[in-house]
Structure formats: C-alpha cells, structure tokens
Design a binder for this molecule. Structure first.
Ligand code: SAM
Ligand code: SF4
Ligand code: F3S
Length: 492
C-alpha cells in the first residue's frame, strides 16, 4: 500500500508516518474552498479524491492554500503511534490559523477518526467534525452542522460502501498514473494491525464501475493504473453477494463470480497501452492463476508487493499472518518460476515484534537474503491499542533493540537493492516517463515494469511517453538508462 513513495528512499517509519499530500488549486469557480491533507497509505490518498469529489458536488473547490480554506480536512492514519502524533502536531499548527479565521471548519477524517471517535473532539478543541472512512457521503451534512457551531461526528462502518459510483477528483496527479480502489476494509486479523478496526469488513467493488473508471482514465490520457486493496487477492465480486437487485438478470449472469485474476485480466484488456499495477498481495492468498494472468498480458507490470513481515514461524504465528516461512518461500518460488528473475518482489518488514528473540530476528534477515527483495518498507513494531497483540502480548522488546534490529534490516535491504539493481545493467527495458528527475532539470524519470526508477535524458521526451531504454548504470535506489526507442509498439 505504499506505492506513492519513491523506491530510492528505503522507507522507514520516520519518513513515512510524517509524509503527507495536499490538495492542488481547484479553480472550477465554486464559492467555497476545501484544503485536504492526506496521511498514510495509498488507499487513504485515493479516499481523499472521493472526498474532493463529494465536496465539489456540494459547492467546494480544492485549494492548495490552507489560509484560503473554509474547510480543512486531515485525512489521517493510525497504523503506528508516530502517524497519529504527526497529526496531533499538525492540529497545533492549525490553532493559529483558526484564531485568525474563526469561521473555518476543521475536520478529522480517516483511520484516526474511526479509532478515536468522540475522544478526538474532547481532546482536540479545534476539531469541529470527525468522520470515518465509510461516512464520506455524509460530509456535506456534517460540514453544515459544524458551520452552525455544533460539533459533528459520523464513524459508522458499512458492510456495503465502496463509493463505486463516485468519480474521484484526481489530486496531485501527474496525468499519467492513477489509483483505482477495488475493495475496502480487511478481514484478516494480523495481530499487530489496526486496519480491520479502522476500515471495517472487507468488501469488493463492482467490476463494472472499476472498468468504467479505467476506461475514463484512458480517455483522459492516463497510461497507468494501480488497483488498490489491503489484500487484492481476496477480491471477489458476485452479483448474489454484492448486488441483490441484479438477481433479476439471467441465470448465467448471476452465477458469475469475479476473482482478482479475472478482474486483472479485464482491466488489462481495457487498452494494451495502459499499464496495470496492483497492491497489496497477501502471501496466504496470491494464486498461480493471478501469476499466470500477469504473465499473459504485456501491460500488467511484473512487480509484486508481497509483505513478509517476519522470516520466523513462531513470530508469524504470533502475528496471525496465517502462513509459514516455507509457505512464503513457496510463493516466491512460484513467482520466479512463472514470471522469471526480472519480476520485482518487495516486502514490508516489522522489527522487534512482541517477544522476538535475536535468533528470530536473524531469520528475518536470512529470509530477506534468500528472496533478494528489490525494496522493502521497514518499521519497528508500534503497539496499537485494541489490536489482538496489544491485548495478548506484552510489547517487551526495548526501543533500542527494536531500533538496532530495524537498522540491520535496512542495511540488509540496502545491500540487496544494490545487488538486484546491478543485475539490470546492460538489459533493455520499457519505462513509462512519469516526472522530472529530482537531481537535474535535463533529466526525466520513469519506472520499469518491476517498479524501479530509471533516469534518462529529457531530450525529445515528455511525461506519459513509453521509452525502450538500455540500462547503463545503477545505484541502490535508481537505474540509469539510454534511450533506444520512443513509444515502442510493445510496452512489455
Ligand atoms: N495489507 C497489507 C499487508 O497485509 O501486508 C499491509 C497494510 S499496512 C497499511 C502496511 C504495513 O504497515 C504492514 O505491512 C506492516 O508492515 C506495517 N504495520 C502495520 N501495523 C504495524 C504496527 N503496529 N507497527 C509497525 N508496523 C506496522
Ligand atoms: Fe493489516 Fe493484515 Fe489486513 Fe494487511 S492484511 S491490512 S496487515 S490486518
Ligand atoms: Fe492506511 Fe493508515 Fe488507515 S496505512 S488504512 S491510512 S491506518
């Protein structure tokens, strides 16, 4: 779920939990302005695009200038303590703003709103409204209530809401890549994780609305979509379960169940020029059928985010991940067998989970070494109130030990990224240009199928071009390429 990050940053808690995105200037002539700051994962960023759409339909343009805003929303994350602390610090910052503009409404949306509910209103005096991830359709009413000086709250979690009919307002988009949420919630109960409590039960979005969104993006010139869910492999849509109204349709239509492999195929068929990515895959659920579908279509990227979390069986069991090290390695074997060595494999890792021994930590390092991940998002364990782990296991690894284990995991990943990137040198790959290089105005950056950043000279190129490049150099986080062909007919 952390696709917004550049892979040249070996991402850790420090970097991730304080990063946020803001809204651009809307300028469609609406009377009022909303400013949204979004924290957390790609699903939260995608939700802010739904929120912007709902607000737009109710008379609000987005603004990039919080001082101009009538309404400020913080779309928050609860995944680690640091993420929540960042939001609380931000609220202090908004205090002064509100003093100068008392009519301004300040709302907390997202996972922290869902977790803390009315407590947020009690604890943070400047908060006017608190709205959970499934209650965004109610925002216009809640904002109106808050404008009358009454604190407003809706943290109802739904079993059906997917916002499937809402056309997102693309925020911070480069016009090349966009997220499409294909499901919401999570039914896995990983013992460390707050998401099942903040996002509710898992539900899949109607495939027709997903395909309509993909077609619309293609018609607007987008070249890449990323299908988002906490566990995309458990995507499942059947008219019986998801839309009773459709039962009036013919027998063969109602009995069709769409799984993730089917959905992936249908999105790939929208246009051969549209790259398709997805995240996150769960090791217990990823099927060979999905891997064969990825292989079948040149426009499905060969890149799988498959969080391992730990390399030790006892810790995996305590984490309630429901797979073993051997199972995980078997899935990696299947990926290598079906998609080959060049398929990118990335992971999330947690250092210092409850009662983890030094030997068990070494198992995580050895798993990393064995798989040779291209990159990882790495964190130390942060106890979250209400989770299974918080109830059952003492958070007994000293902070210093957590940090030193995390540092070893980061060092290992750094070594592996360098090693994996070196293997690309001399190869020809197709990249999609998605922005300017951070370092030089004469260079652009793109991504290859495995989701690695490739830097090329900008001459003759523009954002959204596919380019066949020869990889001429590599560093830990970046590849360097020389242009061979612009917009080749085959984008594999
Ligand atoms: N659904 C995805 C999965 O199962 O892999 C991950 C979703 S979670 C938003 C992203 C990552 O945050 C997790 O993979 C895990 O590594 C990390 N994470 C979750 N809870 C955590 C906690 N309590 N402390 C530290 N890291 C945590
Ligand atoms: Fe959290 Fe596990 Fe669900 Fe991922 S699969 S969101 S880690 S409970
Ligand atoms: Fe995402 Fe954070 Fe919520 S990672 S699902 S915004 S707890």
């Amino acid at each position: 779920m952390d696709l917004i990050k550049d892979i040249d940053i070996l991402s850790t808690e420090e970097a991730q939990d304080s990063d946020f995105q803001t809204t651009p200037e809307g300028n469609t002539g609406k009377a009022k302005k909303v400013y949204i700051e979004s924290y957390g994962c790609a699903m939260n960023f995608s939700d802010s695009e739904i929120v912007a759409s709902i607000m737009k339909d109710n008379g609000y343009d987005t603004t990039s200038d919080m001082k101009k805003a009538d309404v400020i929303f913080l779309n928050t994350c609860s995944i680690r303590e640091k993420a929540e602390q960042t939001v609380r610090n931000r609220l202090n910052h908004f205090n002064g703003l509100k003093r100068n503009k008392p009519g301004m409404t300040i709302g907390i949306l997202g996972c922290m709103a869902e977790r803390l509910k009315e407590k947020l209103i009690e604890e943070e005096k400047i908060v006017d409204l608190v709205v959970g991830p499934d209650a965004y359709r109610d925002l216009p009413n809640l904002v109106a209530t808050a404008e009358e000086g009454v604190k407003a709250i809706n943290t109802f979690l739904s079993r059906e809401e997917t916002y499937g009919d809402i056309s997102p307002v693309r925020l911070n988009s480069n016009g090349v890549s966009a997220f499409i949420s294909i499901m919401r919630g999570c039914d896995n109960m990983c013992s460390f994780c707050v998401v099942p409590f903040t996002r509710g039960r898992e539900r899949s979005r109607d495939p027709e609305s997903i395909l309509a969104e993909a077609r619309d993006l293609v018609s607007k010139g987008y070249k890449e979509v990323t299908l988002l869910g906490q566990n995309v492999d458990s995507y499942k849509w059947s008219p019986e379960e998801n839309n009773k109204a459709r039962l009036n349709k013919k027998e063969e239509e109602v009995s069709t169940v769409v799984n993730f492999a089917h959905l992936l195929e249908q999105v790939a068929l929208v246009s051969p020029q549209l790259r398709v990515r997805f995240s996150t895959s769960h090791p217990k659920d990823i099927t060979d059928e999905v891997l064969h579908t990825i292989k079948k279509y040149d426009n499905i990227c060969k890149s799988i985010h498959l969080p391992a979390q730990s390399g030790n069986d006892r810790v995996l069991e305590l984490m309630n991940r429901t797979y073993t090290r051997a199972w995980y390695l078997d899935r990696v074997r299947a990926i290598r067998e079906i998609l080959g060595e060049e398929c990118g494999i990335s992971s999330d890792m947690i250092a210092g989970f409850c009662s983890e021994t030094e030997a068990e930590h070494q198992d995580t390092l050895s798993l990393m070494e064995f798989v040779k991940f291209d990159f990882s998002y790495m964190y130390f364990y942060s106890e979250r109130p209400g989770t299974l782990a918080a109830k059952k296991y003492p958070d007994d690894i000293p902070l210093d030990t957590k940090k030193s284990r995390l540092a070893e995991i980061i060092d290992k990943q750094s070594e592996l990224s360098l090693e994996r990137n070196r293997l690309d040198v001399g190869k020809e790959q197709v990249i999609l240009i998605d922005g300017a290089s951070k370092k030089s105005g004469d260079e652009l950056r793109g991504r290859n199928s495995a989701n690695k950043v490739v830097i090329v000279t900008s001459e003759g190129l523009q954002q959204g071009d596919y380019v066949r490049v020869k990889i001429t150099g590599s560093s830990r986080g970046t590849l360097f390429g020389s242009i061979q062909e612009i917009n080749p007919s085959n984008i594999a």
